[in-house]
Design a protein around this ligand. Structure first.
Ligand SMILES: C[S@@+](CC[C@H](N)C(=O)[O-])C[C@H]1O[C@@H](n2cnc3c(N)ncnc32)[C@H](O)[C@@H]1O
Ligand SMILES: [Zn+2]
Length: 295
């Protein structure tokens, strides 16, 4: 785990490892356990803490992503980070450390790991409410540090510490994202388009896609410089196992038992399925030099 990476979710002081390496602690004395799998639990202390995805959903997500069917999304993200950051982050990092990419609601760490392999100059940090996901993510990549955290609260990362933040099908907190990004840093947000997994939605009882998602997103990120979104759209063949995994990992799984999902999928694979998402790019504005001179 990269040292000095996290701040205390209770008082925002820097968290440092205790001499025995079993906890992170801030100067005022709040202490957070490092699990034997290698992630740090920054959820402790909050009374109404979210639990995130269940262990069963997380297993399904890991097995679905391993199929590579979402690799075009990850390839597009890697290309956008390279494009946006060039040979380094768009604004110099505030420390001499390597630029940081934060995967918010990053689940099992599949996207982080895929991107870190292709972006050797970056370190990664992944935050997720799900303990089951954090256990898997903690082992996903040697340059990825992992913590459980509630993204609806303050993000436990220092101000201006991240060159890139990723939000892939996950909750977003734009005020906190603006705080943790370096000026000129970019937030890449992946959202499903109306036709994403259309053939599955036509066949199985899955939750629909909010038709006002794009509008809400633009409103939420109104304080950022917004660059044109990039569409990723493919027709691809899902096996029967892929169908079960993709239905068992998403929000529909909160409403349907794994047995019922498996029964539904019986006899339906392989199936040609549309994968269709938008990658939105929101850049944290650079300080206006004219304003600084006037001040
Ligand atoms: C649809 S999954 C996406 C996971 C990952 N980005 C991916 O695409 O593989 C949404 C993730 O958000 C996490 N999550 C939900 N509510 C959260 C919260 N309040 N704070 C942090 N993570 C949360 C879930 O545990 C889950 O891992
Ligand atoms: Zn503290």
């Amino acid at each position: 785990m990269r040292s000095g990476l996290f701040i205390c979710p209770l008082c925002s002081h820097e968290l440092l490892a205790t001499p025995d390496g079993r906890c992170l602690r801030c100067a005022p004395g709040h202490s957070f356990d490092i699990a034997r799998q290698g992630y740090v639990s920054l959820l402790s202390g909050s009374s109404r803490r979210p639990t995130g995805d269940t262990a069963a959903m997380t297993r399904s997500r890991a097995s679905f992503l391993a199929s590579g069917l979402y690799s075009p999304i990850a390839d597009a993200l890697a290309a956008l980070v390279k494009d946006q950051c060039g040979s380094g982050p768009s604004a110099p990092p505030q420390t001499a450390a390597r630029p940081l990419m934060a995967d918010l609601g990053g689940g099992t760490g599949w996207y982080s790991s895929y991107l870190l392999d292709r972006l050797p100059e970056f370190d990664g940090v992944l935050l997720d409410a799900s303990v089951a996901a954090a256990k898997i993510a903690a082992r996903a990549h040697p340059r990825l540090s992992v913590a459980t955290a509630d993204l609806w609260q303050s993000i436990p990362l220092p101000d201006s510490s991240c060159a890139v933040t990723l939000v892939v099908f996950a909750p977003r907190n734009p005020t906190e994202i603006a705080r943790v990004l370096t000026p000129g840093g970019v937030c890449l947000v992946v959202t499903p388009q109306a036709d994403h997994l259309r053939e599955l939605r036509d066949t199985f009882p899955m939750l629909g896609i909010d038709p006002h998602k794009e509008q809400r997103l633009t409103e939420q990120f109104a304080d950022f410089d917004s660059e044109p979104a990039q569409a990723v759209r493919r027709q691809t063949t899902f096996t029967a196992d892929d169908l079960v995994s993709v239905m068992s990992m998403g929000p529909s799984a909160f409403h349907t038992s794994p047995e019922a999902i498996a029964a539904l999928a019986t006899g339906h694979g392989p199936m040609d399925v549309t994968v269709s998402v938008l990658i939105h790019r929101f850049v944290r504005a650079l300080p206006d030099p004219a304003k600084n001179q006037a001040a």
